[in-house]
Each structure stands twice: as structure tokens, then as C-alpha cells.
Design a protein around this ligand. Structure first.
Ligand SMILES: Cc1cc2nc3c(=O)[nH]c(=O)nc-3n(C[C@H](O)[C@H](O)[C@H](O)COP(=O)(O)OP(=O)(O)OC[C@H]3O[C@@H](n4cnc5c(N)ncnc54)[C@H](O)[C@@H]3O)c2cc1C
Length: 370
């Protein structure tokens, strides 16, 4: 039986990020994925590598480092960057005040306040009359996740990483791993199970009170084509990103939203709009938490999302796709690296920002494993 230096459970972005870090450290690596391809959060997301607005101490440094790695590997792996940067549009005076407060912090490095017309230049369908100002951040990247994740896997394979799909891992007792395709040996094991907290190491994970967060997503096809230079976010987004939401000025925005958009708040709806190579727009999202995700996608939640889109964008469209995605969520936790034994780690992103942080978290895991 071949013995690998490192086995990774899970072929999502977190597993692939660990494979990249380990391959760069000169380790022989195998990735074990239970499905025939990654079908989890990593291909259902916006592919929005978000830096500005991330939680200052816990996420922002990981996001900055991960964005660097995305920018470096994208051309090597044949991953297209659809657009860069973000426009955070302020619809209300309270949001403008929050942007001003944010600009006074060191987290605003490279960011500027822009006028509605300047925002409209970057996003031609954005109605300049719908906003009072905007924050422009140059830091973000947007990749098409459903293409980027398989492309990254192919790139890793070309570097010698071994992939085994349709291979469910049933037990890990490093160096022995029991799988649906027979046992595998590896000196070290990193488990990146996405939102599955009830299989491997379930007893260790149980005290973390991990829940599933379910999100609604849409693909809109504009009837008149236009090109976005940057991603778009709205007032509702600012109170979800802790880099903004933790500032004292966020309280006024929160209470204005509670009065005018209580249904959106109750359903965790905010607005992110990103664009794909074919001109279509990926638009979302909503947040519903529970022990498991129900399989249904009520149209009323989709409408809350398109209402927010319509409030900002002057654009006729058809809805081309609808889907849901899930990620792990845990109280007070943004990610964790658990060590059941010195050669084994369980790594989970528990705050819905894995596309923005995985590469840097993987470097932290590998540094700890030695
Ligand atoms: C709709 C949506 C939008 C999002 N938007 C963004 C965004 O724009 N920016 C951002 O930074 N983040 C975003 N996120 C969050 C981000 O997608 C996740 O944090 C990230 O994808 C988690 O990656 P992962 O590899 O841990 O999980 P996953 O992608 O779920 O991968 C886990 C993999 O492990 C496999 N697996 C689990 N257990 C086993 C086992 N026992 N044996 C074998 N295989 C196993 C699963 O089959 C799965 O393929 C979004 C999430 C969703 C759902």
C-alpha cells in the first residue's frame, strides 16, 4: 500500500488549499472526496474573494494572504478572474456615515469614497439615483467557482497530487484511513469536511454547536448586456461584514434597516452581485440556520433578493438559475483547526468566508503540523 505524507479528506476549496500548501512543502499528497467531483459550498458560492469589510482580527489577515495566493495561482491553473474590486453602495445616510467611519480606520487601506456617478461608471446598470455615495475597494477578486475549483484540482494533479473521487472516508486513525475504496496510509491527515460535523470526529465536534446555514442564490441574465468592473454590495451587506458592523456607526444603520427592511433582516438577506464571463450575474443571498438544511427554495425568499437587486440596478433580466448552498456555522467561531492527535487536524470554516480565507488557513494548519 502506498503511504502518503499527507491525506486530505474533502475536495472543496479548503481541502484543495491544504493540498497546495502541502505540495509546496514537498509532501506527497492524496485528496479523498466522497462525490465524483466537488459539489459543496465551494462551487455554489459567489467566487467572491472578499477582503475589505472582513472581521479585522480574525478574517482580514487571512483574506489578504489568500487573495495574494488566488492572484498568483489563477493564471497558472487557468482560472479566469472575471473582475476585481468591490463597490459598496450606500443607499441611506446612515450607510454613508458608516463608510466615512470605515475610511478613518486602517482597514480602509487602498479604499476610496466615490460618487454615485463614479459607481455607475464601474457598474453601468447601477442606478446613480439609488445611492448617496459608495466605497470602492480595489482588493477583491471574482472567480467562477464551478470552473475554478475543478481547474485548481487539475492544476494540483499536474503537480503530482493524487485525487481519489467517489471515495468516502469512514474513519481516521492516523496513519490508517478507512475508506469506501479500502484502507489508505498517510503520516498526517487533514479533514476538511465542509459542513459535515456528524461523521468524522463527530464526538469532538459536538460541543462546538455547529449548525448548517442555508443560502439562496440566483443567476440573472440581463436583457441588455453590460460589463461590471467590480462586485456590488448594498446597505444590508454592511451590517453582515464585521469590519463594518463592529464600528459604532453601524448601530444607526442597523436600526434604520430594522425599521425599513425587517423581512430582509429576518431572512438574513443582503445583496452581492458579481458577473460571469458570459455577462450573467450571480446574485444573492439569504441565511437560514438549523441542525440541517431543508431541501426547499421558497420563491418568496428569492423575491426578497431580487427586490434588493431592483432597488439598486436599472436592468431587465430573466432568472436563468436558482440554487441553494450550505456552510457550517458555529457561535463565536469563524474557523477552527482542531487537533485530535499530533498528526491529525480537523479544519472547518464556520462563517461563510472559505473562498476568501482557505489558502491562508491551510498555511496555518501546515505550519502547526510541521
Ligand atoms: C451560497 C454560498 C455563497 C458563498 N459565498 C462566498 C463568497 O462569495 N466568498 C467566500 O469567501 N465564501 C463564500 N461562501 C463560503 C464558502 O463557499 C465556504 O466557506 C467554503 O466553500 C468551504 O469550503 P470547504 O472545502 O470547507 O467545504 P465544501 O466545499 O463543502 O467541501 C467539503 C468537501 O468535503 C467532502 N467530504 C466531507 N466529508 C467527507 C468524507 N467523510 N469523505 C470524503 N469526502 C468528504 C464533501 O463531499 C465536500 O466536497 C459561500 C457559501 C455558500 C454556500
Amino acid at each position: 500500500m502506498t503511504q502518503y505524507d499527507l491525506a486530505i479528506v474533502g475536495g472543496g476549496i479548503l481541502g484543495l488549499a491544504h493540498a497546495l500548501a502541502a505540495q509546496r512543502a514537498g509532501k506527497s499528497v492524496i485528496v479523498l472526496e466522497r462525490h465524483s467531483q466537488c459539489i459543496g459550498a465551494s462551487i455554489r458560492n459567489f467566487g467572491f474573494v472578499t477582503v475589505t469589510g472582513q472581521s479585522r482580527d480574525r478574517i482580514w489577515p487571512h483574506a489578504k494572504r489568500s487573495r495574494e495566493i488566488w492572484a498568483e495561482i489563477a493564471p497558472k491553473a487557468g482560472i479566469g478572474v472575471a473582475h476585481r474590486g468591490a463597490v459598496i453602495a450606500a443607499q441611506r445616510p446612515e450607510a454613508e456615515a458608516l463608510i466615512e467611519a470605515f475610511l478613518d480606520t486602517d482597514m480602509a487601506e487602498g479604499c476610496t469614497r466615490i460618487t454615485p456617478d463614479q459607481a455607475h461608471e464601474k457598474i453601468p446598470a447601477l442606478d446613480p439615483n439609488a445611492i448617496g455615495a459608495a466605497l470602492y475597494s480595489p482588493h477583491e477578486l471574482r472567480v467562477e467557482s464551478r470552473e475554478a475549483v475543478p481547474a485548481l484540482a487539475r492544476y494540483l494533479e499536474s503537480l503530482g497530487v493524487v485525487f481519489r473521487y467517489n471515495c468516502a472516508v469512514q474513519a481516521v486513525d492516523t496513519p490508517r484511513i478507512e475508506t469506501s475504496q479500502g484502507p489508505i496510509k498517510a503520516s498526517q491527515v487533514v479533514v476538511c469536511p465542509g459542513d459535515d460535523a456528524t461523521s468524522l470526529f463527530a464526538e469532538r465536534l459536538q460541543p462546538r454547536q455547529i449548525e448548517i446555514c442555508k443560502l439562496h442564490m440566483l443567476r440573472l441574465r440581463p436583457k441588455t448586456p453590460f460589463r461590471m468592473e467590480a462586485a456590488l454590495l448594498s446597505d444590508l451587506s454592511m451590517i453582515r461584514y464585521h469590519g463594518f458592523a463592529d464600528l459604532p456607526e453601524a448601530a444607526a444603520l442597523q436600526s434604520a434597516l430594522a425599521q425599513t427592511q425587517p423581512v430582509q433582516l429576518a431572512n438574513g438577506v443582503h445583496l452581492i452581485v458579481v458577473q460571469s464571463g458570459d455577462g450573467s450575474l450571480v446574485v444573492g443571498d439569504s441565511h437560514h440556520y438549523g441542525a440541517s438544511a431543508d431541501p426547499f427554495q421558497p420563491a418568496a425568499i428569492d423575491t426578497l433578493i431580487t427586490d434588493e437587486f431592483d432597488a439598486l440596478m436599472s436592468c431587465d433580466y430573466e432568472i436563468a438559475e436558482r440554487w441553494t448552498g450550505t456552510y457550517a456555522s458555529a457561535p463565536g467561531s469563524v474557523y477552527f483547526i482542531d487537533a485530535p492527535d499530533p498528526a491529525t487536524r480537523v479544519v472547518m470554516v464556520t462563517s461563510g468566508c472559505g473562498a476568501s480565507t482557505a489558502f491562508s488557513i491551510a498555511e496555518e494548519t501546515l505550519a502547526g503540523l510541521g
